[in-house]
Design a protein around this ligand. Structure first.
Ligand code: BEZ
Length: 327
């Protein structure tokens, strides 16, 4: 977020009555649901170190990974009340409160991981953050990512018809629910920390997931087929509580915006570099490996587009135009 946007965010928060004028925190708590070794968690740690250094240790950040402070819905609520200072969070969760953010999950909006990174860095995407203080009561300081979405499943699936009726774990948000309903699957919303057990004990047939976690958390050991679909990008957003932000000085705003923005932005490069190698490692396990594009999903994409053109038409059109320019 640039200085002007940061000032506008402060104004929007003040207008919603959040401002107190006093400093509320300089020992910040930052929450995430990802495990300690995950790319997001490491970026959060880097941000904390950079902020401590830049502020001559006036500010510190304690990172709470692995849902220690609650799931994303709970953390977003804590950000709104000021009980939590900061979070790196899926845009999926934000889209549960600000529906236009669901447009980021337009199937095949980004053609690949590089395209997704460029789109998340675009002015169009960044401008969407400016609405968050007014709509959700949080300040968005930049986008990161967790790569592209893939399908890992059981039952010898070879085409989309094979997913019919399958219980597929999804991240809990509407855009994904609509996608799997359109496919004819039985989408099963479930937060990340619950996924391993659900897949391992057969509570779900398959999962919607990214390459990093399929590989790093050994999800592939509990499935027979990996379908590399790259069907959606999976953005993350750096958030600061609107209440906490309102209590900070302009100097702190600039410092936090720059360092937090840089930390989440670095995850875009990490996934560009590592998504391909993670996919190759999964392929190398000998699991049945299918590469699929939009045609795999038949009419489901058109059905999803129809729903979301009604629900978030302007954001969707803007993101599509930005994506087309970046191709
Ligand atoms: C998921 O819900 O699949 C997810 C959440 C955060 C990071 C990566 C994946």
């Amino acid at each position: 977020m640039n200085k002007l946007n940061a000032l506008m965010a402060s104004a929007a928060i003040a207008m919603t009555g959040f401002g107190t004028g006093e400093a509320l925190a300089d020992e910040f708590r930052l929450g995430l649901i990802t495990p300690p070794t995950h790319v997001w968690t490491l970026a959060a740690e880097d941000f904390g170190a950079a902020l401590a250094e830049a502020s001559d240790n006036a500010h510190s950040v304690t990172v709470f990974p692995a849902r220690q402070l609650g799931n994303e819905a709970e953390m977003l609520q804590q950000l709104q009340t000021g009980a939590l200072d900061m979070a790196f969070m899926t845009v999926a969760e934000v889209s549960n409160r600000a529906v236009e953010f669901g447009a980021f999950y337009t199937p095949y909006l980004a053609t690949d991981i590089e395209h997704a990174a460029a789109l998340l860095r675009s002015d169009t995407a960044t401008a969407m953050l400016d609405t968050l203080p007014g709509t959700v009561g949080v300040v968005g300081l930049g986008f990161g990512s967790a790569g592209m979405r893939q399908i890992l499943t059981n039952g010898g699936v070879t085409d989309a018809a094979g997913l019919d009726g399958q219980k597929i774990r999804i991240t809990p948000f509407q855009a994904n629910l609509d996608f799997y309903n359109a496919i004819g699957a039985a989408p099963t919303p479930m937060p990340l920390p619950a996924v391993f057990d659900a897949l391992a004990n057969g509570q779900v047939d398959g999962i919607d997931m990214d390459a990093e976690l399929i590989w790093a958390l050994n999800y592939y050991e509990h499935a027979d087929t990996m379908i590399e679909t790259n069907h959606m990008m999976f953005p993350m957003v750096a958030l600061v509580s609107g209440r906490v932000w309102a209590g900070l000085s302009e100097e702190d705003h600039a410092m936090i915006a720059e360092l937090m923005g840089a930390a989440v932005d670095s995850t875009l490069d990490t996934y560009v570099e590592r998504d391909g190698p993670w996919l190759e490692q999964i392929r190398g396990t000998g699991i049945t490996y299918i590469e699929a594009g939009p045609e795999f999903f038949g009419d489901a994409i058109a059905e999803w587009n129809g729903i979301w053109e009604e629900r978030a038409g302007e954001a969707l059109a803007n993101l599509r135009a930005a994506a087309a320019e970046l191709e």
